[in-house]
Design a protein around this ligand. Structure first.
Ligand code: ADP
Length: 162
């Protein structure tokens, strides 16, 4: 039986931390579905289509990785996809409380859904999408934290140094 997992998030933008988790997940699962949340957050740096396009481009050579979008409750999306496992990354204790709340709530909303966690590689545990956004907004250079394809997309969009 094939093992599927959903890796949900905002990915605004995709960082090297996300990439590390996704690549490691492909060693544990036959298919990893990166589910990009459609959120109309005014603070977003890339819109949903830009995020989807860049993530697809980053992983285009890996047939085990699929990229999709979802709106609304994650458990409804998981049911629709018939995937019962959700993967989340865990960086520091700061992630823990929020992740615990989400995992428990999702399991109550749909007891068939299990959330599993993969701890961040020490090299990436300091990276977050919001850090990238702050660096860029403050005029810094974020390329050490993001894939080249994401860097190019951000450059195109912001028409400045990334
Ligand atoms: P969300 O808005 O749902 O928190 P994110 O795009 O910020 O979505 O993150 C998606 C998932 O990736 C979350 O499980 C998050 O904890 C994890 N993650 C984010 N950054 C890193 C990182 N540097 N290393 C490992 N996991 C990470």
């Amino acid at each position: 039986m094939k093992r599927f997992v959903i890796y949900p998030g905002s990915f605004d933008p995709l960082t090297n931390g996300h990439v590390n988790i996704i690549n490691r997940a492909t060693k544990c699962f036959d298919e990893v579905v990166i589910a990009v949340a459609v959120n109309s957050n005014k603070n977003s740096i890339l819109d949903i289509d830009e995020r989807i396009r860049t993530i697809k481009e980053v992983f285009k050579k890996n047939k085990k990785i699929k990229v999709d979008r979802f709106e609304g409750l994650l458990v409804h999306y998981a049911k629709k996809k018939r995937i019962k496992t959700i993967l989340r990354g865990m960086r520091t204790v700061q992630d823990f409380e929020y992740e615990l709340q989400m995992a428990r709530s999702n399991n109550i909303l749909d007891p068939e859904i299990e959330t599993i966690f993969m701890v961040s590689d020490a090299n990436y545990s300091h990276i977050s999408s919001s850090l990238i956004k702050d660096i860029i907004k403050l005029g810094g250079v974020a390329k050490a934290f993001i894939p080249k394809i994401v860097e190019n997309e951000l450059k195109k969009k912001l028409k400045k140094k990334v």
